[in-house]
Design a protein around this ligand. Structure first.
Ligand code: SAH
Ligand code: MG
Length: 220
């Protein structure tokens, strides 16, 4: 008997506790408007790992409408979250959603392109956890830029590293040139990340694929 990944995911999703109504509203909004928020099994795994780590300061790259930032803030009542979004409409939507959860004291949204680290973001370093969930073709750049702001025992999470499973299949079968290029970039990122001398990485096949990279503190 062979059970496919989709069936497993469906099973895990049905096992999950229902989320609060206001959270489900955000999920429904994202679905209706094509906003790529984290998938249910991905966000649950992220939140569980974060609560084991109990970070005080989290930096997120890619806010969208604030869904994952809000989930992290609700799960970790002591954490402060800094998050960057370059799309102006989404930035404003995120601010509104965060206000409606009364989390504006703990979630700070920066408007701008995360490819350039702003002075404001730098000034809040070091971060205990970094969550990369923005343009998939730029993951290595985000990682290299922001890992400098990570605490010595910090963790870096990267979402969408399995890209709907496409990285695992035969890339030459992918018709769209754009998608093929993205798949190859993510595949390169995964190899680069797994071989990174300063990090121990494990990739979890939850949601769209979540990489968990722990900084290895070098002892002399
Ligand atoms: N983390 C969110 C989903 C983020 S979707 C959640 O799970 O709820 C990815 C977002 O990253 C998009 O809104 C996109 O506009 C943003 N983004 C992509 N590239 C970016 C960049 N270079 N700088 C800032 N934001 C970026
Ligand atoms: Mg994502």
């Amino acid at each position: 008997m062979k059970i496919g990944h989709e069936e497993l995911t469906g099973y895990l999703e049905r096992l999950q506790k229902p989320r609060p109504e206001e959270i489900m509203k955000l999920e429904a909004y994202a679905e209706a408007h094509g906003v790529p928020i984290m998938e249910p099994t991905g966000i649950e795994a992220l939140l569980q790992l974060l609560s084991l780590k109990n970070p005080k300061k989290i930096l997120e790259i890619g806010t969208a409408i604030g869904y994952s930032a809000i989930r992290m803030a609700l799960k970790l009542p002591e954490a402060e979250i800094f998050t960057i979004e370059r799309d102006e409409n989404r930035y404003h939507e995120a601010i509104q959603n965060i206000q409606s959860f009364q989390l504006e004291n703990r979630i700070h949204v920066f408007f701008g392109d995360a490819l350039e680290a702003s002075a404001a973001v730098q000034s809040m370093a070091p971060y205990d956890a970094l969550f990369i969930d923005a343009a998939k073709g730029q993951y290595q750049k985000f990682f290299s830029l922001y890992e400098q702001m990570l605490a010595d025992d910090g963790i870096i999470f990267t979402d969408n590293v399995l890209f709907k499973g496409l990285v695992a299949g035969d890339h030459s079968q992918i018709e769209s040139k754009r998608i093929k290029k993205l798949v190859s970039k993510i595949d390169d990122y995964n190899h680069w990340l797994m071989e990174h001398p300063d990090y121990e990485t494990t990739i979890l096949p939850v949601g769209d694929g979540l990489a968990v990279s722990k900084k290895e503190v070098k002892r002399i």
